[in-house]
Design a protein around this ligand. Structure first.
Ligand SMILES: Nc1nc2c(c(=O)[nH]1)N[C@H]1C(S)=C(S)[C@@H](COP(=O)(O)OP(=O)(O)OC[C@H]3O[C@@H](n4cnc5c(=O)[nH]c(N)nc54)[C@H](O)[C@@H]3O)O[C@H]1N2
Ligand SMILES: Nc1nc2c(c(=O)[nH]1)N[C@H]1C(S)=C(S)[C@@H](COP(=O)(O)OP(=O)(O)OC[C@H]3O[C@@H](n4cnc5c(=O)[nH]c(N)nc54)[C@H](O)[C@@H]3O)O[C@H]1N2
Ligand SMILES: [Mo]
Length: 785
């Protein structure tokens, strides 16, 4: 492992070099260059990397370094077929890393698990569909099946999937959103009546202040840096809150700007960079509002009537409710509480407030640093309150911007992948398809794991994703899957989830976003929705060696047809021409009316956003200014009481060289960490307080109020610029530490950025990294797993 401080700016030649290296390492350089040029273009495919949007500007490259990696890795010519599975048993494959599995290439043909030999064998598509149909139809209750979705599924696939599952009879739709932006959806729905962001990409051109909370766009949304650098050069002030000094948020050279590339110059992104404690953001915003309230109270004494209010009283009066209760709560929150919890000084909070107050138009963005805490819903509502106090919603250059993760995770929700569907959607489904969809709420991710662990749920079907590695309490989730009678994975690449088969298990290989999708009526395109509610077409361009793969809609149609016959639709006919699926989407969801026609417009179409139009679909028909108490403490007293050792708060995050559970390599370039992923970032003075040294190996144990030991072993300490008491490790390596019940209030999102842990020098000098949980009475230790 090497650790070397990265002193350059983000983007620039480094990003270009890395893109080139990944291209050169790929099997087919010319093909991949051609692919990249089609990324996010009108006649190409939507980048499977992230959900950032694009302005409708012809002639620009629209990919980034990490999008290039995603495209290259999907377009590999390596194949995992029956020969591969003959050579490798499931037990052997389980011992390999995710990196190894991903590297084997694309899944090439359907396979079924043979428990006697512990190998997967080839199976025909028709037989695979029959196996699934038989298992589903034999269940006593449709609620005994779980239907997981990962956010790459297209609108067409997602719509078909939810239609099949609801007709089958359940709302059990655990999905990656539950682990991602669920808190944003819950908070915004309550506060402003719609669970999506209110800004469009053009708004960034009109914002004077942009506040970025808890996200690392240099790695996870690199095209956002392009947007931010334009705003910065135009004079907008950017304020960042992040415990880590993420390089991309400090300085960025745009690989698409000739001047910056040639001059070696870069644009300053953040004018103020604040490093709060993990989970301290709600306190930061509460502090900002407290400063503003104090200024407001002073202003009220002003004799000039026009200057008597700091807040936008007209907006508040016309559009909101809950002001008085909230301001009382702010007044009652002590500065000591705010300062201690935020980890910032009063002066820093005041600086942030000044920028906010001086900006005519403000956008606030956020991602996982905000959504993966116990008090995430409350934090997002606090952010929303701030914007409501100043009427910073529903005007150009202002609003709320949860930056979504997976490239179509927002679209999947719009299509009805939702364990708690709203009545209007169900009524429309009932009307269009003449059946009564189930109303009862289904399972989210945590509930699905619990149901499979207890044996209540017996079938697990996954439309993409890597359930075992993405979810908390890894060992429990593995057990939950192996408890099932049937597990089915529709996937592009082999991953750990496929290696924890139920009694019967199928892997069904599907086409990816970049592949040409040929059906009965010709080449198909699909659609996706970005973070800005823009729906656009995506059409694959790669076309070799995919004969025995099927598209996601074709696979879903095959399963549905085998299970339900031709009800309520002719599944196979829909899969032969996706225009027909889109016609049904248009009939079911009013905002998609004339979908096929509107898609002809370059750049696609905008779904609209009620809150951005100052229409509030809440019970009161007003935007809600919420009153949530600041948490007493980020690490609750009940957890503190569990250990006499020093307790640290751990966040799990992404390196620059991974896509969620897919590890592309070992270069976390902007953090200067190379060659190693089993690491713990820690403040140097914390390392010496523990009487440890940089690069020492440690065991990490998380604290939770059950009697289960959750540990990871032999992680390397890396001395890092991070607030004291806060530490960081990579996702998914640290997932075994997240207790299933350590989750967000009202969102049930695993609190992956808020794990109380204790650190000890590693007991063994060899580096066995695994979990140790007592399961079924068997005490697993690193040596007998
Ligand atoms: N290349 C690439 N692109 C991706 C992904 C990927 O894995 N690789 N994943 C996609 C998906 S699904 C998602 S959801 C997004 C994820 O995008 P991000 O949310 O950027 O992902 P994380 O790596 O989890 O980064 C969390 C950031 O928040 C900070 N943070 C953590 N806790 C706190 C906190 O309490 N307060 C504050 N203020 N900051 C905090 C961390 O230091 C880190 O900078 O990216 C999407 N795009
Ligand atoms: N500790 C911790 N845990 C986390 C997080 C964290 O920050 N910390 N982040 C959470 C977040 S934000 C998310 S979104 C989840 C992600 O959870 P998932 O979405 O379940 O995980 P991914 O790693 O994105 O899934 C990768 C797999 O998807 C399959 N795949 C890729 N492309 C396609 C496709 O086009 N179609 C199909 N059918 N399959 C495809 C491949 O087989 C690949 O192995 O993880 C969550 N888990
Ligand atoms: Mo995500």
């Amino acid at each position: 492992m090497t650790v070397k401080k990265y002193t350059g700016h983000a983007g620039g030649w480094g990003a270009l070099k890395s893109t080139a290296t990944h291209l050169l390492k790929s099997d087919n350089i010319a093909k991949n260059i051609k692919n990249l040029l089609k990324t996010n273009q009108d006649h190409g495919f939507d980048c499977p990397g992230c959900a950032w949007g694009e302005k409708d500007e012809p002639g620009r490259f629209r990919f980034c370094e990490n999008g290039a990696k995603a495209v290259n890795w999907e377009a590999t010519s390596r194949r995992v077929d029956r020969t591969f599975f003959k050579e490798h048993s499931v037990s052997w494959l389980r011992k390999q890393t995710g990196y190894f599995l991903e590297y084997q290439g694309r899944l090439a043909e359907p396979v079924i698990y043979n428990a006697e030999t512990d190998h997967y064998d080839a199976i025909s598509w028709d037989d695979a569909f029959s196996v699934i149909a038989k298992h589903l139809n034999e269940l006593e209750d449709p609620n005994q099946a779980e239907f997981y979705t990962s956010g790459r599924a297209s609108n067409e696939a997602a719509f078909l999937y939810q239609l099949f599952v609801r007709k089958f009879g359940t709302n059990n739709f655990p999905d990656c959103s539950n682990m991602c932006h669920e808190a944003s959806g819950v908070a915004l729905k309550e506060s402003i009546g719609i669970g999506k962001g209110t800004v469009r990409i053009e708004d960034f051109e009109h914002a004077d202040g942009i506040f970025v909370f808890g996200q690392n766009p240099g790695t996870n949304h690199p095209r956002m840096l392009d947007t931010l650098s334009h705003a910065s050069r135009r004079g907008a002030k950017i304020v960042t809150f992040n415990p880590l000094k993420e390089r991309g948020l400090e300085r960025f050279a745009n690989p698409q700007s000739a001047v910056e590339m040639i001059s070696g110059g870069a644009t300053t992104i953040s004018h103020h960079y604040f490093t709060p404690n993990l989970g301290g953001d709600m306190a930061c915003v509460r502090g900002m509002v407290k400063v503003l309230l104090e200024r407001h109270n002073l202003a009220q004494k002003n004799t000039n009537k026009a200057q008597q209010s700091v807040f936008d009283l007209d907006f508040i009066q016309a559009h909101t409710q809950g002001l008085d209760e909230y301001l009382q709560l702010v007044a009652d929150t002590s500065w000591q509480h705010i300062i201690e919890q935020s980890g910032l000084t009063l002066e820093q909070i005041t600086q942030a407030t000044d920028v906010y107050q001086q900006s005519k138009n403000v956008i606030i963005t956020w991602a996982m640093g905000i959504t993966q805490h116990k008090h995430s819903v409350a934090t997002i509502q606090e952010i929303t309150n701030l914007q409501l106090l100043f009427g910073q919603i529903g005007k150009p250059g202002a609003g709320l911007c949860p930056v979504r993760g997976h490239s179509n995770v927002q679209g999947d929700r719009t299509m009805g992948i939702n364990e708690k569907p709203d009545d209007k959607f169900l009524d429309n489904l009932a009307k269009v398809f003449s059946f009564t969809p189930p109303k009862e709420s289904g399972h989210n991710v945590v509930e699905a794991i619990e149901a499979m662990l207890s044996g209540k749920s017996k079938v697990f079907i996954a439309l993409g994703g890597n359930f075992v590695s993405a979810t908390p309490d890894t060992t429990f989730t593995e057990q939950a899957l192996t408890n099932c009678k049937l597990t089915v994975n529709i996937a592009t690449k082999l991953n750990q989830t496929h290696l924890y088969p139920g009694k019967t298990s199928l892997i069904l290989p599907c086409l990816g976003r970049t592949d040409i999708d040929l059906q009965g009526s010709g080449e198909q395109s699909v659609t996706v929705e970005d973070s800005f509610s823009m729906v656009h077409k995506s059409k694959g361009v790669v076309g070799s060696n995919t004969e025995n793969m099927r598209s996601e809609p074709a696979i879903i149609a095959g399963i549905a047809h085998a299970t339900l016959g031709n009800t309520p639709v002719e599944w196979l006919r829909l899969a032969s021409n996706y225009d027909l699926i889109r016609n049904y989407i248009a009939q079911t969801l009013p905002e998609f009316s004339k979908m096929n026609e509107r898609l002809a417009h370059p750049g696609g179409f905008y779904l609209g956003n009620s809150a951005a139009e100052l229409s509030w679909n809440t019970d009161s028909q007003k935007a809600q200014i919420s009153s949530n108490p600041l948490p007493e403490d980020i690490i609750p007293a009940s957890i503190r009481a569990l250990s006499n050792n020093r307790i640290f708060l751990l966040q799990t995050l992404r390196s620059h060289d991974q896509y969620n559970t897919t590890v592309y390599g070992f270069e976390d370039r902007y953090r200067g960490i190379s060659g190693e992923r089993n690491i713990i970032l820690m403040n140097p003075s914390d390392i010496s307080d523990l009487a440890l040294a940089n690069e020492d190996l440690v065991d990490v144990e998380s604290l939770w109020t059950d009697d289960i030991e959750r540990k990871i072993y032999g992680f390397k300490l890396v001395s890092y610029d991070i607030p004291k008491g806060n530490i960081a490790a990579y996702f998914p390596e640290a997932n075994p530490l997240v207790a299933l019940q350590n989750k967000g209030d009202r969102s049930d999102t695993p609190a992956s950025k808020s794990i109380a842990v204790i650190i000890k020098k590693a007991e063994q000098s060899n580096r066995i990294i695994t979990t140790a949980l007592p399961l079924n009475g068997k005490n697993l230790s690193p040596n007998n797993i």
